[in-house]
Design a protein around this ligand. Sequence first.
Ligand SMILES: Cc1cc2nc3c(=O)[nH]c(=O)nc-3n(C[C@H](O)[C@H](O)[C@H](O)COP(=O)(O)O)c2cc1C
Length: 177
Amino acid sequence: MKVLIITGSSHKNGTTAYLAEQFIKGAEEAGHEIFRFDSADKEVHPCIACEKCHGDTPECVFKDDMQELNPHLIEADAVVLVSPIYYYGMSAQIKAVIDRFYANDAFLHGGKKAVLMVTMADTSTETANGAAASFRGMTKYLEWEIAGTVIAVNCMTQDMIRNTVYPKQAYELGRSL
Ligand SMILES: Cc1cc2nc3c(=O)[nH]c(=O)nc-3n(C[C@H](O)[C@H](O)[C@H](O)COP(=O)(O)O)c2cc1C
């Protein structure tokens, strides 16, 4: 299975990086092929809704790092989103990537699994409700099957997440895809 994992934090040693690593470990052990796209290290312009991608010559006006991602996005059997919670939603870095799915909309419906993993400082999973609703909405619209979620509370730093249940959840989700 081709697995695309998109991360949304600048922290190389952060909580989401750790969950991503654990997920990848499990997925690779299960024989899946991984492509990782760290959106915080990439140049991805926010969508400006110019609709050129839905015009006569359908193409995005921005020639940025989405050009690297697009073939992997279209071919992926599973798409994994990993984001810190920023003000009750996913980070701007990963949201910019998701919004740019719009240019490939015609090729993305159906046939994919989807995973959401989020981390946050708060101790209540309610803080992830916005990100989870956005994920549910987009998977319903794109007709992707939700393979699982990891909602990691009380995890401000990597030290805080290491000894929790969440890394194992991420690893097992990767293995069970
Ligand atoms: C701009 C910003 C906004 C944040 N907003 C929230 C929030 O609304 N709720 C929360 O629980 N944690 C919030 N946090 C904390 C992060 O979600 C938390 O530290 C997370 O583990 C960071 O992930 P990372 O280490 O992968 O970057 C925020 C952090 C930043 C930098």
